[in-house]
Write a protein that binds this ligand. Structure first.
Ligand code: CKP
Ligand code: MG
Length: 310
């Protein structure tokens, strides 16, 4: 069994140097929130399994090849000929604003079903990580998430959910309906401050936090962009600012944060150290172009700590 099992849609990305309409040069790479988290955990030395469907095409081969190169177990991933691998075009406008356009409707990954993921829980991982993006891809992927989290939590697996609301995929009402029903199965819930109402309803953060803890969430991690993050548990509330870095590209920062958080949790570190590793991991991705390319190794994290103490 592996440390972490995750699944979702990974896409090919065309990352232009500027507005695409002006014939910029571009870099081809891979994107996908769950695979970003998976790569982060793998680089930190954890064993990770990623599941998902790709098209029978070169972008799909790029996705699987990249994940294999990052030491991922992709034995349960497969090609599905009902669609192509999804595409994401990103055009940087400023360091904080990147225009993202999806070409993913009807993609191979949107045909994911519970049968593609639930069998992988037969040998239970320590952690199952899912994101709201998968629920937004269609009824099959949504059912896959819902069955996976209920099966995992029934088997005592730690379940983590990153809300990751995407307005281009679904409305806030649809997201709230789908994600609220997952909450009873979630141990670690990660949401940005503006995503809290999608899983907790209400409008005051205090009420949202206690509602989620009452429904069984053991660690609620609220991210606040450059202002950092707060972790709420039954007995503590711990906040940390983000690290001051030269921001190159904020996309992928949330996923990096999650990988650092889960890594420290797998190492048995306490909540303040989980938060510290999450913030450190995210800072590497923010300072580097690309959604996952800048993710740190353990050696990178140590050099950051060494730099802090000099
Ligand atoms: O919340 P983050 O900026 O960390 O998420 C970025 C990822 O999966 C990115 O890689 C992209 O492919 C996506 O979120 C998405 O589907 O929007
Ligand atoms: Mg995110």
């Amino acid at each position: 069994s592996v440390d972490v099992l995750t699944f979702g849609e990974s896409l090919i990305t065309v990352r232009a140097d500027g507005p695409l309409s002006t014939h910029q040069s571009a870099t081809i790479s891979m994107a996908g929130a769950e695979s970003n988290v998976a790569i982060g955990l793998s680089r930190l030395g954890h064993s990770v399994r990623w599941l998902g469907l790709v098209g029978d095409d070169e972008p799909g081969a790029l996705v699987l090849r990249t994940l294999r190169a990052e030491a991922m177990d992709v034995s349960g991933a497969r090609v599905d000929r009902r669609g192509t691998t999804g595409l994401l075009v990103s055009e940087p406008r400023t360091s904080e604003i990147t225009r993202v356009t999806y070409y993913r409707a009807g993609s191979a990954a949107s045909h994911l079903e519970p049968a593609d993921v639930v069998p992988a829980l037969a040998s239970p991982p320590k952690v199952l990580h899912v994101t709201g993006i998968t629920c937004a891809l269609g009824s099959g992927p949504r059912a896959a998430v819902s069955e996976a989290v209920s099966t995992a939590s029934a088997r005592g697996v730690t379940v983590s959910l990153d809300v990751n609301y995407r307005s281009r995929l679904w409305t806030r009402e649809q997201a709230a309906e789908a994600l609220t029903e997952l909450v009873p199965h979630i141990d670690v819930l990660i949401a940005s401050d503006d995503e809290l109402e999608l899983v907790a309803g209400g409008d005051s953060e205090t009420a949202q936090v206690s509602a989620l803890l009452d429904r069984g969430v053991s660690e609620l991690v609220v991210t606040r962009g450059a202002a950092g993050a707060t972790v709420f548990t039954r007995d503590e509330k711990i906040s940390s600012p983000a690290r001051p870095v030269r921001v190159v590209d904020v996309i992928g920062a949330g996923d990096a944060f999650v990988s650092g958080y889960l890594s420290a949790r797998l190492d048995g570190l306490d909540v303040p150290h989980r938060l510290a590793r999450a913030i450190a991991t995210a800072s590497f991705v923010v300072a580097c172009a690309g959604d996952w390319e800048g993710l740190p190794t353990r050696a990178d994290l140590s050099s950051l700590n060494a730099a802090d103490s000099t």
